[in-house]
Design a binder for this molecule. Structure first.
Ligand SMILES: *Cc1c(COP(=O)(O)O)cnc(C)c1O
Length: 496
């Protein structure tokens, strides 16, 4: 049965999946939501016999109903191939009584690869379906991780180009090396004389520059973004929660239909929203534990029903969760209002005008599937150290937030439901913070790569290929531009 996508902010006619993927954001500024949540297509036992790719097809075909089987399978096979360093794609490992769902086996060793490896292929087919014959040009400003994951996804995908802008001096050395060594003739990377906000503002200005869009259009290009609110990023994330459950079932760790908890280190609320969708589809989930770092805007929201972004922005060692506006929360709000675009729009207007909104008591009751927990820097380091000392298993600081949040939840609730922790990055991506947590005295005087060597010994695992590669890969991107020159830089990249 066909599923169409509605905006969270108005009653404009719903659009097809391909149109929603192609447009990203609805024209009224809302987010696209499926008009109905489909049920799991088979029993969990049946699903547990499937490979990641076949399961991905079973789930995604329920949502992307205007894709043919051949089209969708082609996207899946191109995305989840040997770019991942394990055939399982997203393996589950049991340590200290909990199940870590490792989402970092892709090309940039972080969970954004799970969605960004498939989005480019979905976009190209979506463009063809909507008679948009122009080549897609992705523009992204990045504070480090997303830009690289997007580039890795789009590199050498025919019909696409991607330009990434990062603040010069504003990303870690490893992140910078990952970006400037990016291969693919369709990729472009430039450092910006400015901070992340300058880069972000300049990209937004390019998107709203009608003259530039027209100029690019005449040369056969169309600007687009690979934003985390795109439904083409959300749906692929549902797959691995079902897959994780199926792995536990297949390994005899749980009985069919036994409930599980899922703990997700949360920033933009995309990853945990996908877990919630999985539960609405019939995955037996007891609690979704929403783990925050010291930017605990979501914890406060679950606690009080007030979303208040007016607070100091705290830099932590889990930078991908340093977020005060969790964009994907809008989808949950929409469902809590009983699918009311008018009420959702009013909340979002209040957020942008007053910096906050408060939901009703009835809506608060709808939040009972979730439990918010926040973790301080100190608690996080303590948890990483504890887990390592007890098991030898090393986790990154984002996963650390989830692990410690779960431990706090367990202490308070005594809820012994089997629990999956979404493990969102490889510890090698954050070697300094991880070594600092486990062996603080060992950090001083070590270079990035020496810290990585140290971590490799500590964890007794080889460094991932993504790290080995940047040790020697040639630097391909050397551009440094002022924000006001970014439009010209884009022109020269496109040859227009
Ligand atoms: C993006 C990211 C997160 C946060 O995910 P959201 O979907 O934004 O909530 C957590 N950990 C890592 C490593 C990330 O890159």
């Amino acid at each position: 049965m066909e599923i169409l996508y509605k905006s969270t902010r108005s009653n404009t006619p719903p659009v097809s999946a391909s149109k929603a993927i192609l447009t990203g954001l609805a024209p009224d500024g809302g987010l696209y939501v499926p008009s109905r949540i489909p049920a799991l297509p088979k029993t969990l036992l049946e699903l547990s016999a499937l490979s990641y790719q076949d399961l991905a097809y079973e789930i995604m075909s329920l949502y992307f109903t205007d894709f043919t089987e051949d089209e969708l399978r082609a996207c899946i096979n191109r995305a989840y191939d040997d770019k991942f360093d394990t055939r399982k794609i997203a393996p589950v490992v049991k340590k200290d009584g909990v199940y870590f769902l490792e989402l970092f086996h892709g090309p940039t060793i972080a969970f954004k690869d799970m969605a960004l490896s498939i989005l480019p292929h979905l976009l190209v087919i979506s463009a063809a379906k909507n008679n948009a014959d122009k080549r897609i040009v992705i523009l992204t400003a990045t504070s480090g991780d997303t830009g690289k994951a997007a580039m890795a996804g789009f590199a050498d995908v025919p019909g696409t180009r991607i330009a990434v802008f990062f603040p010069d001096g504003g990303v870690s050395n490893i992140q910078r090396l990952q970006m400037v060594t990016q291969r693919g003739d369709n990729t472009h990377v430039a450092a910006i004389n400015g901070n992340f906000d300058d880069a972000q503002t300049a990209v937004k200005n390019i998107f709203s520059d009608k003259a530039l869009a027209a100029e690019a259009g005449r040369k056969g290009f169309r600007f687009s973004s690979a934003n985390s609110i795109n439904i083409g990023r959300l749906v692929p994330q549902i797959v691995y929660y079902v897959y994780a459950y199926c792995q536990l079932l297949a390994a005899g760790e749980i009985d069919e239909c036994a409930p599980i908890n899922i703990t997700v280190p949360t920033g933009n609320f995309g990853n945990i929203l996908a877990a919630w969708y999985a539960s609405l589809m019939g995955l037996p989930v007891h609690k979704l534990i929403c783990a925050s770092n010291e930017n605990k805007v979501l914890y406060d929201f679950f606690d009080t029903g007030v979303y208040d972004r007016e607070r100091p922005f705290i830099l932590t060692s889990s930078p991908s969760m340093d977020i005060l506006i969790s964009s994907n929360l809008e989808r949950l709000i929409y469902h809590l209002t009983g699918d009311s675009p008018m009420r959702t729009k009013a909340f979002m207007e209040s957020l942008s005008e007053n910096g906050q909104y408060e939901i009703s008591q009835a809506m608060k009751e709808g939040l009972s599937d979730f439990c918010g927990v926040f973790v301080t820097e100190e608690e996080n380091f303590e948890g990483i150290r504890r887990l390592y000392n007890g098991t030898g298993y090393v986790i990154d600081p984002h996963t650390g937030i989830a692990f410690s949040a779960y431990r706090k939840y367990l202490e308070e609730s005594a809820d012994d439901t089997p629990t999956i922790i979404a493990s969102t990055a490889s510890p090698f991506k954050f070697a300094e913070a991880v070594v600092g947590a486990i062996a603080p005295d060992a950090v001083e005087g070590k270079s990035d790569f020496e810290l990585i060597d140290y971590l490799s010994d500590l964890a007794d695992i080889d460094e991932p290929y993504a790290i080995t590669d940047i040790r020697t890969a040639p630097i391909r991107h050397k551009t440094l531009v002022d924000p006001e020159d970014m439009p010209d830089d884009v022109r020269s990249f496109l040859g227009i």
